[in-house]
Design a protein around this ligand. Structure first.
Ligand code: DQA
Length: 148
């Protein structure tokens, strides 16, 4: 279905360990919980009449299945794949199925952390990438989608 300004459908996917935000290394990831981020994203989407699905999974295959389903059901996908960012060809292959914009988000600046975090399989297929702005990165991603 073509994208319409009136009712954009956005899927936000979160990968492993992001359900632990708030408790997990707050000096790196901040004190916001994933529910706090979900609420902020919901507020942004509600204000624009967009439909938001916000999901988290610790399982690579579940993320792959959700991305496959998004091919027919979403107008944009925002993804923080957590550690799968750096390892998952399966998630990359699934993202290649999408016809809609993809925004990659990371709370931390992965480029100033350990070397193994510097490579992202997702960046090669992403429309845009936002790193290092903490929870605000999700709102920046939504803002980028609104700008077109
Ligand atoms: C992360 C960065 C990844 O390297 C890490 O494995 C995560 C979170 C981030 O949002 O900064 O789980 O994606």
């Amino acid at each position: 279905m073509p994208q319409t300004a009136a009712k954009k459908r956005v899927l936000i996917l979160n990968g492993p360990n992001l359900n632990m935000l708030g408790k997990r290394e707050p000096e790196i990831y901040g004190r916001d919980t994933l529910d706090d981020i979900r609420a902020a994203c919901q507020g942004f989407c509600d204000a624009r009449g967009w439909a938001l699905e916000f999901r988290q999974s610790n399982h690579e295959g579940e993320l792959v299945t959700w991305i496959q389903e998004a091919r027919e059901t979403q107008d944009a996908v925002i993804i923080n794949a957590g550690a799968y960012t750096h390892t998952s060809v399966a998630i990359l292959d699934a993202l290649h199925l999408l016809k809609c914009p993809i925004v990659e988000v990371h709370l931390s600046n992965i480029h100033r952390r350990e070397a193994f975090r510097h490579h992202s399989y997702i960046s090669s297929v992403a429309t845009g990438v936002i790193v290092g702005f903490g929870a605000t990165g999700y709102i920046l991603a939504l803002t980028g989608l609104e700008a077109g």
